[in-house]
Design a protein around this ligand. Structure first.
Ligand SMILES: [Zn+2]
Length: 430
């Protein structure tokens, strides 16, 4: 090659557009859909997963982040949260109000990129929920629509059978396909089956699942009949370790109806919350072979400061119970994605949205408290190092994507680039 050709070649390499925006290098990828649990590089471009391989050329990436020793998973999906927050016109102490939290303040710091609100809004106030929360959040917010038209605004509404209507609920769900991903039936304090039956009717019209918080326990409508007869395959029983509705029978063993229901395809979800997770239920249940299908928090202003805390804390409880890390991740990513019929989420397939969590498995002596305040100690705990949402870094606990300040110019400005960074990207040049 003559010198001019060499120069030309060098210049073309220098100015070549890199193929990828962001490369997460050397982490242990856990991707249940693609049956990967191994060290892999993950490359991202234009907000999508672009490549997953044993080695991806770092020269092809605009930004390279070393994640050796960490776990790289799909962004976590928490399908039981309460995020219809406001201090607006609704009554004090309402989940459609001040008992909820704003999603972005709680999600990314725990590796969560998608949440499903569990019935704060019904068909009457869903538009308001969408306008004020869903459309304004960086977190992907989906919703189980409450079968109660007014949503989760207390007993006056939630115990009123006249407020539960299948037709307008199904119409609202069909209008917002892909955002309303199910119906919620919750908190009912009467002996009738009407709330469950109405929710299932709406779910059948809209072709989406129903999630049930079975409310007050009644002998007229036992949980065993709910899960073996009333719910359809694919419907979700949440709060499955609450112990409030005979999840353990009188002998202290898992209610046989739950095994029977699982066989016919009914889903069992954690929904930890402020009153729905007890060691005295979960420990024997796991021992007897009844792990959850999906792990979820039931996040609200009470649970987050009590035993629940956050998604990673609830996931860590299942590590303590002996569920493998691969399974715990599957139950927090790919399983819930399938349960809500959003198969493009919860996996790292090439072309999938680049929602990614980078987690650390800490070793030490940790305490985990249940909803009655009983503690269990464990030696492992998950924490979140980095969260990527739609291809951009939205949370970085220890600054693993950031340069040392001493290497920067004296008068340095924002150090990131909008190609990969949503935290402090440099302003776009005019
Ligand atoms: Zn809830």
């Amino acid at each position: 090659m003559r010198i001019s050709a060499v120069l030309l070649f060098a210049a073309s390499v220098c100015f070549a557009q890199t193929q990828y925006d962001l490369l997460l290098q050397g982490g242990h990828v856990i991707d249940a859909k693609n049956k990967i649990s191994a060290v892999r590089d993950v490359a991202i471009r234009d907000g999508k997963i672009a490549a997953v391989a044993e080695h991806i050329d770092p020269a092809q990436a605009f930004k390279v982040v070393n994640v050796h020793g960490l776990y790289v998973t799909p962004g976590l999906l928490d399908i039981h949260v309460h995020v219809y927050a406001s201090t607006g016109d609704n009554e004090k102490g309402s989940y459609a109000g001040d008992l909820s939290v704003y999603p972005d303040g709680f999600t990314f710091r725990g590796g969560v990129t998608t949440v499903a609100d569990a019935g704060c809004a019904g068909w009457r106030n869903f538009d308001d929920f969408k306008q004020h929360i869903i459309d304004r959040s960086k977190t992907r917010v989906l919703a189980f629509l409450n079968i109660v038209g007014a949503g989760m605004r207390g007993p006056k509404y939630e115990n009123n059978l006249a407020e539960m209507e299948a037709k307008p609920s199904a119409e609202m769900a069909l209008k917002h396909k892909g955002v309303i991903i199910g119906f919620k039936c919750a908190h009912y304090a009467g002996p009738e089956w009407t709330p469950v039956e109405t929710a299932v009717e709406a779910g059948t019209i809209a072709n989406i699942p129903v999630m049930v918080d079975f409310g007050t326990n009644f002998k007229e409508r036992p949980m065993s009949e709910l899960v073996t007869k009333k719910l359809r395959p694919g419907d979700i029983y949440t709060h499955c370790y609450s112990g409030l509705r005979n999840e353990l029978d009188e002998s202290g063993h898992v209610n046989p109806a739950m095994f029977e229901a699982r066989k016919r395809g009914v889903i069992f979800d954690v929904g930890h919350g402020g009153g729905s997770f007890l060691w005295r239920v979960a420990v024997p249940a796991i021992k007897e072979g009844f792990p959850p299908d999906s792990i979820s928090t039931d996040l609200h202003i009470g649970s987050m400061n009590a035993g629940m805390k956050d998604m990673l804390n609830v996931m860590s409880k299942f590590l303590v119970l002996g569920v493998s890390l691969d399974d715990v991740i599957a139950k927090s990513t790919w399983n819930p994605a399938r349960e809500i019929h959003q198969d493009e989420l919860g996996n790292l397939t090439v072309g999938a949205p680049a929602d990614v969590a980078v987690l650390r498995l800490e070793k030490g002596d940790f305490g985990f408290t249940d909803t009655n305040g009983a503690n269990l100690r464990g030696k492992e705990k998950l924490s979140c190092e980095l969260t990527v949402r739609a291809g951009k870094v939205v949370y970085d606990l220890n600054g693993i994507t950031r340069p040392d300040w001493k290497t920067l110019p004296k008068d340095y400005l924002q150090t990131g680039d909008s190609r990969w960074d949503a935290i402090s990207p440099a302003p776009k040049k005019r």
